[in-house]
Ligand binder design. Structure first.
Ligand SMILES: Cc1ncc(COP(=O)(O)O)c(C=O)c1O
Length: 415
């Protein structure tokens, strides 16, 4: 008789994991208050202003500038810190496309470095190998909420006079050596898009301790205005990237709830990692005492097919779903440098530097080779969604039990 649900056996679990976003009457009341106030824009109301101050204070940053999304936050952070046309920006190949598109949109050139196989964040040695005389910035991505090796990257940036823009899109409340993400580099971009641990459907935030970067980012987000300027005078090429009061009000509520949710995710992640240490073929990323807070937007696990009779990750995930464990998936299926947009150089009219002569080299992303990133995308990574970590401890037991069940009956995984 078969055991695995995918082979006709009984599923291990029937209950659903928590849905995301989490909301209650507080979000409803906050939105209602804004609607009834008639002050829907941040230029009229105070919700966004308060949220900026509260989010910056939570991270220990001096300046917070709320914007429409995380991609815009990165784009404005790059421009405000002096990165521009023809500058090379080193970033991990294992990231969401927005890290690269933010650079491309301002005419900079994404250069992809590999990740550390045990942290899934930038490998400083690979970054070092990418440095050229045109390198202007590094974007460490705190992927899944785990801070990158900021000791090594900041030291390298200092040696080579580079700007460090943290892609903290997934790292609210993360910290490294006790210092919060968003204050580790020169400037940072956060996201509040639907899947994120603090969300209003969309939204973004720039954090910095540098008053000049903060002032320029503010101006760029507000049509190039200046605080003491004439209203219809525009002093730099900016845009209207202001967040509106409705998401601002929701985000304030989400932030108030956040510390408790963060603690629950962290406790469940640590417990689940411990439980999974019993399962052959499933490993966890390296513990590092310098990661003093992991935001666990994603709990990253590693899948080793050899311990599952050679079954592919996709087959394993299908077996997991059949057992009633929904919400774990394989993450980015393509490295950023293998995205069709980059391979076909479909940059549109707005981004000519790769052709214009400003940048003297021919960039061919087909030549980029980051073996760890390739392996992690193709076969290894398992992503446990943050909302699963808001379940109870016995739900973590179910996840571990399902993986153990699949491993011990891996002969039934053959298609
Ligand atoms: C690593 C990373 N960078 C940048 C972004 C861009 O944020 P947004 O979707 O809010 O533009 C995201 C989120 O989607 C992300 O996960």
């Amino acid at each position: 008789m078969t055991q695995l649900a995918i082979a006709g056996g009984k599923p291990l679990r029937h209950a659903a994991f928590p849905h995301w976003p989490f909301w209650n009457h507080e979000e409803v009341a906050a939105v209602q208050a804004v609607v009834e106030s008639g002050r829907w824009g941040a230029l009229q109301g105070t919700e966004v202003q308060h949220f900026e101050a509260e989010f910056a204070a939570y991270h220990g940053a001096a300046h917070g500038i709320a914007v429409t999304n995380g991609t815009v936050a990165l784009k404005l952070a790059l421009t405000a810190s002096g990165v521009g046309v023809g500058d090379e920006v080193i970033m991990p190949g294992y990231t969401f496309i927005a890290t690269a598109s933010a650079a491309l949109e301002i005419g900079a050139v994404p250069v992809f470095a590999d990740i550390d196989p045990q942290t899934y964040t930038l490998d400083p040695a690979s970054v070092e190998a990418c440095l050229t005389s045109r390198t202007r910035a590094i974007i460490p991505v705190h992927l899944g909420g785990r801070p990158a090796d900021m000791d090594a990257l900041m030291a390298m940036a200092e040696r080579h006079h580079l700007v460090v823009i943290e892609d903290a899109a997934q790292a609210w409340g993360a910290s490294w050596n006790g210092r919060m993400a968003g204050t580790l580099g020169h400037v940072a971009g956060f996201s509040f898009q639907s899947s994120k641990n603090i969300t209003a459907g969309e939204g973004g935030m720039i954090l910095t301790n540098d008053p000049d970067i903060g002032a320029l980012a503010r101006s760029l987000s507000n049509c190039g205005r200046q605080p003491d300027g004439v209203w219809y005078a525009h002093y730099v090429l900016g845009g209207n990237y202001r967040l509106s009061e409705l998401p601002g009000a929701i985000l304030r509520v989400q932030l108030r709830r956040y510390p408790d949710q963060l603690a629950q995710r962290q406790a469940n992640a640590v417990y689940l990692e411990q439980a999974l240490s019993e399962v052959p073929g499933i490993t966890t990323l390296r513990a590092d005492p310098r990661v003093t807070s992991n935001a666990y937007h994603i709990l990253m696990l590693q899948y080793h097919p050899a311990a599952f009779g050679g079954a592919s990750r996709e087959r394993f995930l299908a077996a997991l779903r059949a057992e009633g464990i929904e919400g774990i998936h394989g993450g980015y299926s393509l490295p950023a440098y293998r995205q069709p947009m980059l391979l076909a150089e479909n940059f549109g009219l707005a981004t000519p530097p790769l052709y214009s002569g400003v940048y003297p080299h021919k960039v061919d992303y087909r030549q980029v080779h980051c073996p760890v990133t390739d392996h992690v995308c193709d076969t290894e990574a398992l992503w446990v969604r943050q909302s699963m970590l808001l379940a109870e401890r016995q739900d973590m037991d179910d996840i571990a039990a399902a993986m153990m069940k699949i491993q011990s009956h891996s002969d039934e995984l053959q298609e």
